[in-house]
Design a protein. Structure first.
Length: 168
C-alpha cells in the first residue's frame, strides 16, 4: 500500500494564496512544534516554522460524502511525502481509518479507530473488500483528514492529480 499526500499542485496553489475549499485564502500561522502535521510532506511542521491553515476537500468530486475540513501545510516548499512507509506525522496513539469506493463515498462497515501500530494491518483488511478504492487516515479525536492510502500501484492519479478547483 502507498500513503498518498496532498498533490503538489494543490500545495503550490495554496502557498500562492489560492482559495481553499471554502473559497478563502489560507491563513498564515507559526507552528508550535506540537501536532501540526503537514499534509504535503507528511511530517510534523517544526516549531517556529511558518504554516498555512486552510479548508481542504480531499476528494475529486463534489457529492455528499466529500467532506471539507481543516489542514496544516508547510508555508514554504516541502518535498511530497507519498511513500510506502508509515508517515512520520502519524504520531498519535490512534487514528480513524475509513474505506471509500471508486465513487468516493464511504464503504459502510470499514470505518473505525485503529491503534497507530495497526494502521497498515487494518488498511490491508479494508482493502480485502474489492469495493474499496482507497482509505482515509483521519485523526481519531477531531476527524481531520491526514492522508490517503492507496493499494500499491493503485489509482493512476495518486499524489499527482492535476490542479482542479474542486480538489483544492
Ligand atoms: Zn510540509
Amino acid at each position: 500500500m502507498r500513503f498518498v499526500a496532498m498533490p503538489t499542485e494543490a500545495a503550490r496553489a495554496y502557498r500562492a494564496g489560492g482559495p481553499d475549499a471554502n473559497g478563502q485564502p489560507p491563513e498564515r500561522a507559526v507552528s508550535d512544534g506540537m501536532g501540526n502535521p503537514c499534509r504535503h510532506c507528511l511530517a510534523m511542521i517544526p516549531q517556529g516554522a511558518g504554516m498555512l491553515v486552510l479548508a481542504h476537500r480531499p476528494f475529486s468530486t463534489l457529492q455528499p460524502y466529500a467532506e471539507v475540513g481543516p489542514v496544516f501545510l508547510c508555508a514554504d516548499d516541502c518535498p511530497g511525502g507519498c511513500g510506502t512507509g508509515l508517515p512520520a506525522m502519524l504520531a498519535s496513539p490512534d487514528y480513524i481509518l475509513r474505506g471509500y469506493g471508486a465513487d468516493e463515498r464511504i464503504v459502510y462497515g470499514t470505518g473505525g479507530v485503529v491503534p497507530r501500530d495497526r494502521i497498515e494491518v487494518r488498511a490491508a483488511e479494508i482493502f480485502a473488500d474489492p469495493q474499496v478504492a482507497f482509505v482515509h487516515v483521519r485523526s481519531a479525536r477531531n476527524n481531520c483528514f491526514q492522508c490517503r492510502i492507496d493499494r500499491q500501484g493503485g489509482r493512476p492519479e495518486s499524489g499527482g492529480q492535476p490542479p482542479h478547483p474542486r480538489d483544492i
